[in-house]
Design a binder for this molecule. Structure first.
Ligand code: F6P
Length: 248
């Protein structure tokens, strides 16, 4: 079931999302968080850092698993998702480095990386709260639209749309990696709770298809309709194509 909360703007979306994560961590101090990158969660991470400095949230017992990483970028590459996470969240809060998990972008044995990542999530007891952004084409993590979807962690070629959308973070589109490693739909759907964030009119179609459309691998996010506990916090631009919405 998808509960949808529409906010006036990005800032309100970010604050509400941070409040929900903080409330979750107060209830379950040793929570396993699934984390997302991209532009959307940046405001939420900023607010979580502020709340941490105000003593309102504690990451000392939290374990994290990131959704994805670009293939070919080492963890100190400024556009890698590992760099992003340390830069935008982990270095500013009291999470323990050994509790942080991000799939490697450079590796020798692909199958082993995929298996190790899945097993680490299982050993941690599964993901309690999965934060998701959404691509304009409905991708979640880097599960790109297609005729079928992968259950397990896997390597995926990025679609032209995703490469174009993510080119804004690179000096030129040629620098955007063409492949990524991503959590599959299985571990995302097994998360006990999911919090999806979206902002801007570019996401409106994907959000409408997520909530009101048929469940279809060509819109990977539409599978979230099958999950029992999804909360979507989206701003009103991202909500503009929804059939029925309730605002905060
Ligand atoms: O928040 P953004 O930058 O629009 O990205 C949306 C989604 O695309 C990705 O960045 C991958 O392309 C995801 O990590 C993210 O959830």
């Amino acid at each position: 079931m998808i509960q949808t909360i529409v906010t006036a703007h990005y800032e309100e979306m970010s604050q509400l999302a941070a409040d929900q994560v903080a409330a979750f961590l107060i209830k379950k101090t040793n929570a396993v968080l699934g984390l997302a990158t991209g532009g959307t969660p940046l405001g939420m991470y900023d607010r979580l850092i502020q709340m941490y400095h105000q003593g309102k949230v504690d990451f000392s017992h939290v374990t994290t698993f990131n959704l994805d990483e670009y293939i070919g970028l080492s963890k100190d590459h400024p556009q890698s998702y590992a760099y992003y996470m340390w830069h935008h969240l982990f270095s500013h809060v009291n999470v323990h480095q050994e509790n942080v998990h991000i799939p490697p972008g450079v590796f020798e044995k692909q199958e082993q990386v995929q298996r190790d990542y899945e097993q680490a999530i299982e050993r941690a007891g599964g993901i309690d709260l999965q934060i998701l952004g959404i691509g304009e084409n409905g991708h979640i993590g880097f599960n790109e639209p297609g005729m079928d979807l992968e259950v397990a962690t896997h390597v995926v070629p990025l679609t032209e749309k995703t490469i174009q959308a993510n080119a804004r973070f690179f000096t030129s589109i040629d620098e955007v990696p063409r492949r990524a490693v991503t959590l599959g739909m299985g571990k995302i759907m097994q998360a006990k709770h999911i919090l999806l964030l979206a902002s801007g009119k570019e996401k409106a179609r994907a959000i409408a298809q997520t909530v009101n459309g048929h469940i279809d691998p060509r819109i990977p996010s539409s599978f979230l309709q099958l999950h029992p506990h999804v909360t979507m916090i989206i701003d009103k631009e991202a909500a503009q194509e929804l059939q029925e919405v309730s605002s905060v």
